[in-house]
Every structure is written in structure tokens, then in C-alpha cells.
Design a protein around this ligand. Structure first.
Ligand SMILES: *Cc1c(COP(=O)(O)O)cnc(C)c1O
Length: 421
């Protein structure tokens, strides 16, 4: 056991030594009241709140620096270009990718997956080929592959999970074979919190020569990621879940694969030269960044990465794990409440159902108490069906959440029981 300074504990700090009271000061929105109650924001898996540093960076960019990039010889354009490209380096370091050109700016995880499905998939996946996903995918890691399969006559295979929401590795392994042309799996499940054995998933797929995409939307904000250690071929995440702006996300791709892929969209910036007869495409990463990108979003994401790095992703993971264990313990004692998703390896997501009330009613009553959670199918309808629930209530944690907020959630749930009994 690590000794904990009792004063630090009172301020919301845990064994990780995070000064959460101080961190909360960085997030202006957390100081608000909702329906006359202090806001308790537990919907971080849907989107995270933004620290002042990110908000200030956006204002500074538009106030003093706004210009289009890669085009102008003028000072503002050069400054904006430098900052934009500087963030590419920051993302490369965040993921421990080998080269800056392996980092593509996209709108979010959804666009990253669609890019791979269209650019890689249409070129490399044909009739009778198979794409393997898992039973706990977000719709954005199902539908693009279904569309591709329909177009190319390929087949989607689904690796099952057990009742706890853990991937069944043996079954996954049995699905793989010479027809497997791509594996695309979620790193951390948004609906259940399951942390998948990404490295093993990759190793098994590579035995058949199939590249692997990892959907890191719920992983990148909560743990350190090393794409080279994972061995994955593509990695996707969204800026807005990593404390950055909406509308910006990342696709990491292994250079050799990206080089061989045709462009995803055509337009400005992705070309080297254009004539009516023939267009020469630009080099990586610009080949995949057609049109004026979300420059402010990229620069804001850079500020978010700086912010998270200053705290440290390992400390964030340790603190959120401690909070998850506390939350799990508290919710487990409530009679009539059942946690959905009880994998051994889990991130800070507490999905649950109650005998007393429908998830939608739970969400509505909690909202009246100032507590924001998500209710519904969490963009994972096939997973809900597999687990035999139509919907769940989901509290998802961040490093700015506290034990006091978990206590408020428990009190809110007591209120739900009161209303429905
Ligand atoms: C949020 C999420 C997505 C989709 O991300 P967007 O930002 O909406 O593109 C995909 N997968 C998982 C696991 C998610 O949590």
C-alpha cells in the first residue's frame, strides 16, 4: 500500500497523487450548476470537457494567427503551418509512432475508420475475403465494414465475447484464416469499459498476414499508447474525447501501408500537380488531407495533448482505476442494480441496469440532480443484444471526477429507487 497524505486525500487526490481539486479549476464548465445543483459530469465517454488551456489556444489562434496553411508565403500562414505541423509531431510522440508522416488528421474516429475502409479496403478486399471485428464494436467500427463488404462481396466475421464482456480469444483465433484480410477491433469498449488484449489480437492476426486497426477512441484519453509496441497497423482516436475540440481526430497508419493506399478524397493539398489528363498525388501525410483542414482543431488538440502530458497518462490511468474501483464497490452494494460489463481488465466505465427503473428514467432523475450520465445503446446495438439488455445507464469517468461525485451518483440512484418504489 502506498501511504497517502490524509490532507491530499481530502482534496480528492488518490494514490496516484493527482491534485484533483486543482485540476478541476482548469475546467471552467465543471464549476457550473445544473437545475440548481452542482454539475456532476459523468459522461466522459461521450465527450470530455475542455481545460482553459485548450479554450485559450482556440481564442489565441483565431485572434492572432488565423490563416490557411501550406499555401501562403506570408507570416500568418507560415506561423499557422508551423503550429499545425508541430501538433503532428506531438501526436506522433503521444502514440510513439515512428514517423510524423504516419499521422493523418481526420474529423474523428469515425472518419479514420471510413478512410481505411475506403482507401485500404476497396483496394485490398475482394469477393470471399473476410474482415474480423468483435462483438463489442461501436457502430462506427461496424457500418463502414458492412458497406465495404456489400460493395466488394466480402464477409464480416464477429469474434464473440462472454457475459462479462471479455473477448473470447480462442474463438477469435478460430475465425482467422487465409481469407482474413483485415481485423478491426476496439481497444477499450465505450459501452462496457473492457480493455481488449490488443497486442495479442494483433499478433494472432499477423500470423495470417492480416493488418489490424485498433479503435482507440476510449483508450487514447485514458492510458499511454505505443503503436509500435502494440504492433498495430492502424490506430484511430478522436480529439474531443481527449479534452480537445470536436471535429478533429487522428488516424495513425504504418507508412508502408499508407504509401500503397490510394487517396480517400480528392481536392486541394492532396495533389502535387493537376492536369486534365493526369493528377500526381502529394506525399504522406498530405495525400490523405484533402481541402482546408480543421486548423484550429488541430492546434487545440495540441494544447490538449500538452495538458494531458503535463499530468501524465500513467498517473491519469492510475487515478481513474482507483476511482473505478471505488465506483464499482459503491454501485455493487445497491440492491436491484446490476453492472453490465465486468471484465477483469477494465477502464473507467460503469454501465448498469436496475430492476426498479428503465435506463432512460434513471438518466432523467439523475439529470434533475445535476448528474450527467449517458443512457441508451451507446452506439453498440449488437452488443446490447448479445448481453440481453435494450439499453444501459452509463457513468464514465475522467481524472477530474472525484469520490464525492461517485457518492452523489449513489445518492441520485437512491432517489431513483425512492421514486420508483
Ligand atoms: C466515440 C467512439 C467512436 C466514434 O468517435 P467519433 O468521435 O464519434 O467519430 C468510435 N469508437 C468508440 C469506441 C467510441 O467511443
Amino acid at each position: 500500500m502506498t501511504a497517502v497524505n490524509p490532507k491530499a486525500r481530502r482534496a480528492g487526490a488518490a494514490v496516484s497523487g493527482l491534485d484533483v481539486a486543482k485540476i478541476r479549476q482548469d475546467f471552467p464548465i465543471l464549476g457550473q450548476t445544473v437545475h440548481g445543483k452542482p454539475l456532476v459530469y459523468l459522461d466522459n465517454a461521450a465527450t470530455s470537457q475542455k481545460p482553459q488551456a485548450v479554450i485559450d489556444t482556440l481564442v489565441r489562434y483565431y485572434t492572432t494567427e488565423n490563416a490557411n496553411i501550406h499555401r501562403g508565403v506570408h507570416a500568418l500562414s507560415q506561423m499557422a503551418t508551423e503550429e499545425y505541423e508541430g501538433v503532428r509531431t506531438k501526436v506522433r510522440q503521444l502514440l510513439n509512432a515512428a514517423e510524423d508522416r504516419e499521422i493523418i488528421f481526420v474529423r474523428g474516429t469515425t472518419e479514420a475508420i471510413n478512410l481505411v475502409a475506403q482507401a485500404y479496403g476497396r483496394q485490398n478486399i475482394g469477393p470471399e475475403d473476410e474482415i474480423v471485428i468483435s462483438a463489442m464494436e461501436h457502430h462506427s467500427n461496424i457500418v463502414p465494414w458492412q458497406m465495404l463488404c456489400q460493395e466488394r462481396g466480402a464477409r464480416l466475421r464477429v469474434a464473440p465475447c462472454n457475459d462479462a464482456g471479455e473477448l473470447l480469444l480462442d474463438d477469435y483465433q478460430r475465425l482467422l484464416g487465409p481469407r482474413t484480410k483485415l481485423v478491426s477491433m476496439v481497444h477499450v469498449s465505450n459501452a462496457l469499459g473492457t480493455i481488449n488484449p490488443a497486442k495479442q489480437i494483433v499478433e494472432l492476426a499477423h500470423r495470417w498476414g492480416a493488418p489490424v486497426l485498433l479503435d482507440g477512441a476510449q483508450a487514447a484519453p485514458h492510458m499511454s499508447i505505443d503503436v509500435q509496441a502494440l504492433g498495430c497497423d492502424f490506430y484511430a482516436f478522436s480529439g474531443h474525447k481527449l479534452y480537445g475540440p470536436t471535429g478533429i481526430g487522428i488516424l495513425y497508419g504504418r507508412a508502408a501501408l499508407l504509401e500503397a493506399m490510394p487517396p480517400y478524397q480528392g481536392g486541394g493539398d492532396m495533389i502535387r500537380s493537376v492536369t486534365y489528363e493526369k493528377t500526381l498525388y502529394n506525399t504522406l501525410p498530405y495525400k490523405f488531407e484533402a481541402g482546408t483542414p480543421h486548423i484550429a482543431g488541430v492546434i487545440g488538440l495540441g494544447a490538449a495533448i500538452d495538458y494531458v502530458n503535463a499530468i501524465g497518462l500513467d498517473r491519469i490511468a492510475a487515478y481513474e482505476e482507483e476511482l473505478r474501483q471505488y465506483g464499482t464497490k459503491c454501485l455493487s452494494t445497491i440492491s436491484g442494480l446490476r453492472l453490465v460489463g465486468t471484465a477483469k481488465e477494465k477502464a473507467g466505465i460503469l454501465s448498469f441496469v436496475m430492476e426498479q427503473a428503465h435506463p432512460h428514467d434513471i438518466g432523467t432523475i439523475l439529470d434533475a440532480e445535476g448528474i450527467a450520465i449517458r443512457t441508451g445503446h451507446h452506439c453498440a446495438q449488437p452488443l446490447m443484444e448479445r448481453l440481453g439488455v435494450a439499453a444501459t445507464a452509463r457513468a464514465s469517468l475522467s481524472f477530474y471526477n472525484t469520490r464525492e461525485e461517485i457518492d452523489a451518483l449513489v445518492k441520485g440512484i437512491d432517489r431513483v429507487i425512492e421514486v420508483f418504489s
